[in-house]
Design a protein around this ligand. Structure first.
Ligand SMILES: *Cc1c(COP(=O)(O)O)cnc(C)c1O
Length: 243
């Protein structure tokens, strides 16, 4: 077996073990391949192994890989910081969900463009659960209000919440972030906002997917543990000032 296949079977057993521990059905947890910096040839390998959901952080990277991935049936989510001036470009590449809506202004711009193109888009609301100033995402106390505002935009369909947990090698330190996202989900569900679904919770990465699954993740986003270490630091993709 090559390295990617070995990594994949390792991830698969981590997911199954975590689900058993949490008394959850593994079918409830989708594995999204976080494919930033990964060349199409490797992505295709994993798609063909049965994991057809990928996520990219940069519109430019989606664009570069688009031709190579076109022939391979898959689903693509946007998981990076969305800039208003990239929306038009992003909509050209068949993205089925934008997981990173974190402010009303960008949602409004997206609505305008979707209206123009006569399209709709599934979105998740990104919450900054770690409270780190540098991270993107709406502040937790404002999440419900943002959901309410975005729900008024007819071409956007909210289907849940997303977060990037605290970046820490100590797994237990990220747990409060995931608990917080779960509690926001429950709180917003109770509000019964028309057209809003809270079914998806996108949280958990290579180092902490077990905790995310225990806390209720329905989408885990895994890069390093499948494709190996990246040369570009995550701060390039995640932090204010870089995106
Ligand atoms: C890169 C990335 C991931 C995956 O991180 P790994 O530690 O490589 O598994 C998850 N979510 C987002 C938003 C990312 O940018």
């Amino acid at each position: 077996m090559d390295e990617i296949s070995r990594n994949l079977s390792n991830i698969r057993s981590r997911i199954i073990t975590a689900c058993q521990k949490a008394h959850r059905n593994p079918a409830e947890v989708k594995l999204l391949l976080a494919t930033k910096t990964v060349p199409p040839i490797k992505i295709i390998k994993v798609i063909n192994a049965g994991y057809p959901l990928i996520g990219e952080n940069k519109v430019q990277e989606i664009k570069e890989k688009f031709e190579a991935l076109k022939a391979v049936p898959h689903q693509s989510h946007f998981i990076g910081h969305l800039q208003s001036n990239k929306i038009k470009d992003l909509l050209k590449y068949g993205v089925s969900c934008i997981q990173s809506i974190d402010r009303f202004s960008v949602a409004q711009k997206l609505q305008q463009r979707l209206t123009y193109e006569n399209k709709t888009m599934e979105v998740l609301i990104q919450v900054n659960t770690s409270g780190e100033k540098s991270k993107f995402g709406v502040a937790p106390p404002h999440a419900a209000q943002l959901v309410q505002q975005v729900s008024s935009l007819p071409s956007l369909k909210i289907s849940g919440l997303m977060t990037i947990g605290l970046f820490s090698v100590e797994m237990e330190k990220v747990r409060p972030c995931y608990k917080l996202l779960k509690s926001l989900q429950e709180q917003i569900e109770k509000m019964q906002i028309p057209r809003v679904s809270m079914k998806e919770l996108s949280m958990g990465m290579s180092g902490d997917l077990e905790i995310a699954i225990e806390e209720g993740a329905t989408i885990i986003r895994v890069g390093t543990a499948i494709f190996g270490k990246r040369n570009i630091p995550d701060s390039y993709y995640w932090n204010e000032g870089n995106a």
